[in-house]
Design a protein around this ligand. Structure first.
Ligand SMILES: *Cc1c(COP(=O)(O)O)cnc(C)c1O
Length: 386
């Protein structure tokens, strides 16, 4: 067997600058707009609206801040319940706790996203006992839209606002509409590992101008419009820096290329691995166009011969970073006391799911190194079985 140890490390999804970012950052320096407001912030907001079709946007220091503000502005507060996808990153849920509300977890369907039928049943059950949730947070996992038509129908029946956690899905669509722009509000993340990055940052979008105006106020310590510093409500320090917004503007110009490359990476893995016994891929739902932020496979240990962790560690030994699928929120010690509508589907994805390196700067040779290793594991097992 080849020794892969001496090759340079391959990361899961590292930042990928285009070169354009530095011009925008230089402009911020040249004009001394080194502040959490400024022309790049305003332009970045406008450009995100143009790209996604959202009406209004507020640039923030993180995607998590966006979820927090969206839920607060919807009116989520002490003791309220908020339904949220269980198969996600904890940042989808933490803001619910910040507000003193209680998450209720919803399992996923074959698209790996919130099961719309299960959501409808859960809402029906809650309506019967007069305890409807104040909001629903839907996650578009790994860059694929959830079944938004069915989810909106279920929520609209009870007038429950939907917040879209599109942190992973910028550039992905549901029936030609951008994820994040379908519910009451949506958020994007520009964290270092996302499809485009500002090193850290986020964006709240909505068609409700009053909501975005109020978010902008809350994000800047809730200053009243007065020449002196006057406050009538509690605010946060959540605005995006003008320097980082400059990075975002440069990144946004190559977003379509990044989506294309992510999809190409997925297809390369698929062509080279899908035929191996026990390997399956997170499918693309027919209702949308995924950005394939991460390529995710499922490893059936019975058929493949070894389990997900063995594969992950073999990759690690070869200096290749991969990552288990998100551990479902209803299994997290910190959320153990909260209710969950099923969860077995998410559990099985977690059990066997592995995210493969999907950085857009990866070259064919890197991908060949990764698939060769996975094939080696499979071939070794086959020959040892004879
Ligand atoms: C990254 C991520 C977030 C949080 O975004 P930050 O900008 O890091 O705060 C929220 N939800 C999901 C699903 C994410 O992947």
């Amino acid at each position: 067997m080849k020794n892969h140890n001496h090759s340079s490390r391959i990361y899961l999804s590292p930042p990928h600058m285009s070169g354009l970012e530095q011009q925008f950052v230089q402009e911020a320096f040249d004009t001394n707009w080194i502040a959490p407001v400024g022309p790049h912030v305003t332009a970045f907001e406008r450009e995100i609206c143009e790209y996604t079709g959202a009406q209004h946007a507020c640039a923030l220091s993180s995607g998590t801040a966006g979820i927090h503000l969206a839920l607060q502005l919807i009116g989520v507060g002490l003791g309220d319940e908020v339904f949220v996808s269980t198969l996600t990153f904890s940042a989808s849920v933490n803001p619910i706790i910040y507000l003193g509300a209680k998450p209720v977890f919803i399992d996923c369907d074959a698209s790996w996203n919130m099961d719309a039928r299960l959501l409808r049943d859960a809402l029906e059950q809650r309506a019967r006992i007069g305890r409807l949730p104040k909001a629903v947070v839907v996650v578009h996992l790994y860059g694929q839209s959830a079944d938004m038509g069915a989810i909106m129908t279920a929520c609209n029946a009870y007038g429950i606002p939907v917040v879209e956690d599109a942190a992973e899905s910028l550039g992905a669509t549901y029936k030609n509409r951008h994820t994040g722009t379908i519910g009451k509000a949506g958020i994007f993340s520009f964290n270092g590992n996302k499809i485009i990055t500002t090193s850290g940052g986020g964006m709240l979008v909505s068609d409700d101008k009053a909501l975005i105006d109020h978010a902008r106020k809350l994000a800047t310590q809730a200053r009243d419009p007065a020449p002196h510093y006057q406050h009538s409500e509690i605010g946060y320090n959540y605005r995006l820096s003008n320097v980082l917004a400059g990075i975002g503007r440069g990144q946004l110009r190559v977003l379509d290329d990044r989506v294309q490359k992510k999809r190409w990476i997925h297809d390369f893995y698929y062509e080279n691995l899908a035929h191996l016994p026990g390997i399956s891929f997170m499918p693309e739902a027919n209702w949308g166009h995924a950005n394939r932020w991460l390529t995710v496979i499922s490893i059936d240990p019975e058929q493949f011969g070894v389990d997900r962790e063995t594969v992950r560690m073999a990759l690690e030994t070869a200096n290749i970073e991969s990552r288990p699928v998100w551990k479902p929120m209803h299994l997290q010690p910190v959320f153990a006391q909260y209710e969950s509508f099923n969860g077995q589907v998410a559990e099985s994805f977690f059990e066997n799911g592995l995210c493969l390196p999907s950085g857009t700067a990866l070259e064919k040779a890197d991908l060949q190194r990764i698939v060769a290793l996975l094939r080696d594991i499979s071939i070794k097992l086959e020959s040892s079985a004879v």
